[in-house]
Design a protein around this ligand. Structure first.
Ligand SMILES: [Zn+2]
Length: 127
């Protein structure tokens, strides 16, 4: 993947999410990451997105989130939003291929919000 692809996908995803939600949501930064533990993925830092938007538009949002992963050639085991603790503000959207060590951290707990700062959009639970 190239930075040109990142730039293109940042702009396109921002445009799609704005059209969907009908507000000027900003994707202020789109990053690709690799962690020492073995996790990897992409993070989109957002401004103007609320947890309510995720709840209301989840069904329309999911295909767009998956499309982003396909475009950037990543296979996330989890797609989640990170919230500003104690608020309804979405700080980032995250596509992450979990390592075996981090998997239990996300698998613990149930429902859409296993932790107050996490909102799960897609999660492939291992058997
Ligand atoms: Zn990890």
């Amino acid at each position: 993947m190239s930075t040109a692809q990142l730039l293109k996908n940042r702009a396109e995803f921002e445009d799609k999410i704005r059209k969907l939600i009908g507000r000027p949501v900003l994707l202020i930064e789109l990053d690709m990451f690799a962690l020492p533990c073995g996790c990897s993925g992409i993070t989109a830092n957002t401004r103007g997105l609320e947890v309510d938007d995720l709840e209301v538009f989840e069904q329309q949002l999911l295909p767009r989130l998956k499309e982003m992963a396909t475009n950037l050639d990543i296979k996330p085991s989890i797609i989640f939003a990170r919230l500003v603790p104690g608020s309804s503000i979405v700080a980032s959207l995250n596509w992450r291929t979990l390592c075996t060590r981090c998997y239990p951290e996300f698998a613990r707990g149930e429902g859409k919000m296993p932790r107050p700062d996490l909102y799960l959009l897609q999660f492939e639970r291992r058997k």
